[in-house]
Design a protein around this ligand. Sequence first.
Ligand SMILES: Nc1ncnc2c1ncn2[C@@H]1O[C@H](COP(=O)(O)OP(=O)(O)OP(=O)(O)O)[C@@H](O)[C@H]1O
Length: 331
Amino acid sequence: MSTSDYVHSFTVRGIYQVKFLLGEGATGSVWEAFNILTGLRVAIKTQPIPVDPALPPILPYEVKVYDLLRGSEGIPSIHWSGIDGNQQVMVMDLLSPNLNGLRRVCRGTLSLRTICMLAEQMLARIQFIHSRGIISGDIKPHNFALGSYDKTRTLHLFDFSHAQLFINPSTGEHIPFSTTRITTGTIRYASVAAHKGHEVSRRDDIESLLYTLLELYHGRLPWHNLSKRRDGLFDDHIAGMKEGTEFRDFLSRSLPEFRSFHAHCMSLSYGQTPDYALLRGLFRERMGKEGWQYDWIFDWENGSSTEKGTLVPDDYVFDLRFVERRALYPS
Ligand SMILES: Nc1ncnc2c1ncn2[C@@H]1O[C@H](COP(=O)(O)OP(=O)(O)OP(=O)(O)O)[C@@H](O)[C@H]1O
């Protein structure tokens, strides 16, 4: 993070004082701020109003999705949204660093115990959004984070800029299958069907969750280097790897839980409801077998007791903004 990230200082609606830049994504910038009346710390996502009025505004779309998901555990609350100056703005609950940053703090990989606890909450979040007729379209470590204040044990799912309804609200029916879709989301975690331009459904979120968990556990996926390219040159190659022997070999060297997870993903047809309980059961069973408790104390809080420890010395101020900037633009 460069020093220039700290000199930005502006208020939103005269109430929220921005402190610093938390991160930047494809659709906007996210800032940490506080309410000058109450002191409450919040996150603010901003996006310049498109110069061309024909361009669809993405942030108001995301606000609508949050509206449909309002009030549930593990989904950040929106405090205010609208236009301030020349920006679209969304004021939301402040979250902790995302799982990609935390994996890096833990020297690149997370323990199986932490993976099992995360899987429990990740599946609950995904099942919830699906129950509201929404698919994320962008399940990845970067879009999960623990909360702040009294929610530091609750994993949140956020960033719904790629979300879509899979149920047509007027007919109540599943959107029809098609094969002309442009691949959206993040290539590294995209499902094979998404690579092929097939319309996505709940199974694709679940397949992306498998890649997410595998990366958190192993530190990298077989197509890691290829997926760093931003020009899309290797996208087809990555799709081939996901279906090919390289990934099957990778899975055969991995845990039986992930192999069963993968088998379930492959068994799902378009429009079919995933068996969330079956998937949760895989990790619950492992927790039981190992005699582990769901205490929600994750690797990054307990570095001293794990063999490899974390990258953060005990006396260091726990500030992951420095880690995250590199995570967004990996070398
Ligand atoms: N509520 C929040 N609290 C703390 N950090 C947040 C919050 N929302 C987003 N961030 C961080 O800000 C960065 C960008 O956020 P986000 O992923 O929402 O943006 P985006 O433009 O939609 O990104 P993408 O390119 O993944 O679509 C990420 O590092 C994320 O962890």
